[in-house]
Design a protein around this ligand. Structure first.
Ligand code: NAD
Length: 256
């Protein structure tokens, strides 16, 4: 599944699932561009140490002008972009009746509107350069079912899934494929330290571990690499007839 000559843009790749995807694509020979609001020191080091090409821009995906300019910068440097992975997202946990409207709006702004903004300008690039590009949206099993203390998050990821399907439908005529990956509990810094509940002490710190173990038939959390392997596969020609799909990677959690 060589990715030689491909340019991939991954949002939120400073850590966690995004880092796993960035490292995986770099190992396969892709040039990796990263948008993140924190410096992805570890990701840059991992890729550069193994001889890969990587490039970070400090971009908040909700900032339309900055996203647009930063996509142009990647294209100026590397001529094109072939693959977009919309991974950046937040998942603070809160009791439904204590959720603020501001938080409800914020989660939609980052998880949904940010995904839309990045996709819109990448699709313009794909169409103008006749690139049969790939978009992968990192959703969540929470977008397919209920999630405890995560009503705002679940709703945002359901929107990401819906957006993916409509994009796949509308953009298929350009040869652009759009798929969503719906992970279950993946062991990342974000999942281990989901705020604000831990800071406020309202919910026990073992919450995520407890949830994942209790709610996966495999009785364990997944790793970023589990998601990265699928991202690689659905970016390759081996998956050339797959678009509009929602692929769960959840240890069977959605069966329960
Ligand atoms: N970890 C899980 O259990 C799990 C399960 C299902 C879905 N997901 C989804 O996978 C994605 C990654 O999750 P993770 O666990 O690796 O999270 P994480 O918190 O470890 O990493 C998320 C990254 O996104 C970046 N980011 C956040 N807001 C941003 C913004 N506005 N602009 C640019 N970058 C931004 C962060 O700085 C961070 O580097 C998220 O969309 C999340 O909802 C995670």
């Amino acid at each position: 599944m060589s990715m030689q000559e491909k340019v991939v843009l991954i949002t939120g790749a400073a850590q966690g699932i995004g880092q796993g995807i960035a490292v995986k694509f770099a190992e396969e020979g892709a040039k990796v561009a990263i948008f993140d609001v924190i410096e992805p020191k570890q990701t840059l080091k991992k890729i550069q140490d193994s001889g890969g090409q990587v490039f970070w821009q400090n971009v908040n995906i909700t900032d339309e002008n900055l996203v647009k300019e930063s996509i142009s910068t990647i294209i100026s440097n590397w001529d094109k972009i072939d693959i977009l992975v919309n991974n950046a997202g937040i998942f603070p946990i809160e009791h439904f009746h204590e959720l603020s409207v501001a938080m409800f709006r914020k989660i939609f702004d980052i998880n949904v509107v940010g995904t839309f903004i990045c996709s819109k300008y990448i699709v313009q690039h794909f169409i103008s350069k006749n690139i049969k590009g790939i978009i992968i949206n990192i959703a969540s099993v929470g977008g397919l079912r209920e999630e405890l203390f995560h009503s705002h998050y679940s709703a945002s990821k359901a929107a990401v899934i819906s957006l993916s399907k409509s994009m796949a439908f509308e953009l298929g005529k350009y040869g652009i494929r759009v798929n969503a990956i719906a992970p279950g509990a993946i062991s990342t810094k974000g999942a281990r330290t989901a705020t604000p509940f831990q800071e406020s002490g309202k919910i026990p710190p073992e919450f995520m571990e407890y949830q994942s173990k209790k709610r996966s038939p495999l009785n364990t959390m997944g790793d970023p690499e589990d998601v990265a392997n699928m991202a690689l596969f659905i970016s390759s020609d081996q998956s050339k007839y797959i678009t509009g799909a929602v692929i769960t990677i959840d240890g069977g959690r959605s069966l329960l």
